[in-house]
Design a protein around this ligand. Structure first.
Ligand code: GDP
Length: 298
C-alpha cells in the first residue's frame, strides 16, 4: 500500500503532541513531510511549492487552540488548503437559457472521452434531462460503434452519421445534431470529438471547427489522471487550440494517492467538473473538492 499523507505526518504529529505552540522547527519538519508526500504522489512541483508556502504561512499565524492539539490543527489547515487548491466548490453544468445545452468533449485519444460521454449521458438522465449523444469522432474506426453501445446501455439515443447525413464530416454531424435535438426536444447535446494519441494540428483545427459550428455552452477537456506530468503540455495545447470551460478527470481509480487532481487543477486553471473512477457507466460523479482532499489525507 502507498503511504498516505496522514501516515507520513503521524510520526511528526506524535512529537507535536503536548506542545502549546507550533515552533518554527515543527512547522518546517511538517512542511518537509507534506512536500515529500505530494511529490511522491506525482504532484507538479509548482503546485507543491505554492501549497507548502500557504501551509507554512497559515501554521505560523495560528494560535494553538484548546480544542485541537497541534497535530489536529495542522491537519485542519492542510485539509482546508487542499479543498481550496482543488477548486473549493463543486461546479455544476451551466445550462443554456434556451435548450439544448451543448456540451462538447475534447481530449486525447485514449483519455476516456467516449466512455465519459456515455457516463455523462446516464448521469444527466438521472438528473431528469433528456440528452442526445453525438458521434462526431469519425477518426477512430470504432468510436461510432462504441458510442452506440454505450448509448444503448445508458438508454440514451445516439446521433451518428448516416449516408446523406454528412458522412465523414464531423462538423456537419455536430451542426445537424443540434438541429435534431431541438426538433426532438433533447435538452442536452453531448458531442464526442476525435482525439489523437498525441496533440496534432489537424485534430485541433477540427475541434475548433466543431466549436465554431455549434457554439457549445460547455467545452470539457477530458484528461486521464494517469498521464502525470504530460498533463501540462496537453492542457496547454488544448487551451490554445480549442479552449475549455472545465475539466473532466478520468481514470481516477488508478491514481491511488490523488495527486493528479491537484496538478490538473493548477495546470488548467479551470474547475474540475467531473470525476470518472472506473470502466462502468456508474463510476462517475461531479467532482467534490472536499472528498478528494479527504482521500489525499486519509
Ligand atoms: P477515447 O479514445 O478518449 O474515447 O477513450 P475511451 O473512452 O475509448 O477509453 C479508453 C480506455 O480507457 C477504455 O478501455 C476505457 O474502458 C478506459 N476507461 C475510460 N474511463 C476510465 C476510468 O475512469 N477508469 C478506468 N480504469 N478506465 C477507464
Amino acid at each position: 500500500m502507498f503511504e498516505t499523507l496522514s501516515d507520513r505526518l503521524s510520526s511528526v504529529f506524535t512529537s507535536l503532541r503536548g506542545k502549546g505552540r507550533l515552533s518554527e522547527e515543527d512547522i518546517n519538519t511538517t512542511a518537509r513531510e507534506i512536500r515529500l508526500a505530494l511529490l511522491e504522489a506525482d504532484v507538479a512541483l509548482p503546485v507543491v511549492r505554492t501549497f507548502i508556502a500557504r501551509i507554512k504561512e497559515r501554521a505560523r499565524g495560528t494560535e494553538v487552540s484548546k480544542a485541537l492539539n497541534p497535530a489536529q490543527q495542522v491537519i485542519k489547515i492542510v485539509n482546508e488548503e487542499l479543498v481550496e487548491i482543488l477548486g473549493g466548490q463543486t461546479r455544476d453544468i451551466r445550462y443554456a437559457k434556451t435548450p439544448p445545452t451543448v456540451i462538447m468533449l475534447a481530449g486525447l485519444q485514449g483519455s476516456g472521452k467516449t466512455t465519459l460521454a456515455g457516463k455523462l449521458a446516464r448521469w444527466l438522465v438521472a438528473e431528469r434531462n433528456t440528452p442526445l449523444l453525438v458521434a462526431a469522432d469519425l477518426q477512430r474506426p470504432n468510436a461510432v460503434t462504441q458510442l452506440q453501445v454505450l448509448g444503448e446501455r445508458a438508454e440514451v439515443p445516439v446521433f451518428s452519421p448516416e449516408p446523406g447525413n454528412g458522412v465523414g464530416d464531423p462538423v456537419a454531424v455536430a451542426r445537424e445534431s443540434v438541429e435534431y435535438a431541438r426538433r426532438q426536444n433533447h435538452n442536452v447535446v453531448i458531442i464526442d470529438t476525435a482525439g489523437r494519441l498525441g496533440v496534432d494540428e489537424e485534430m485541433m483545427r477540427q475541434a475548433a471547427d466543431i466549436r465554431d459550428a455549434v457554439s457549445p455552452d460547455e467545452i470539457l477537456f477530458v484528461v486521464d489522471a494517469m498521464i502525470g506530468q504530460d498533463a501540462v503540455t496537453t492542457a496547454e495545447a488544448f487551451r490554445d487550440g480549442v479552449g475549455y470551460d472545465a475539466v473532466a478527470l478520468t481514470k481516477l481509480d488508478g491514481d491511488a494517492r490523488g495527486g493528479a487532481a491537484l496538478s490538473v487543477r493548477h495546470v488548467t486553471d479551470r474547475p474540475i467538473m467531473f470525476a470518472s473512477t472506473g470502466e462502468k457507466l456508474d463510476d462517475f460523479d461531479l467532482f467534490h473538492p472536499d472528498r478528494m482532499a479527504s482521500r489525499i489525507l486519509d
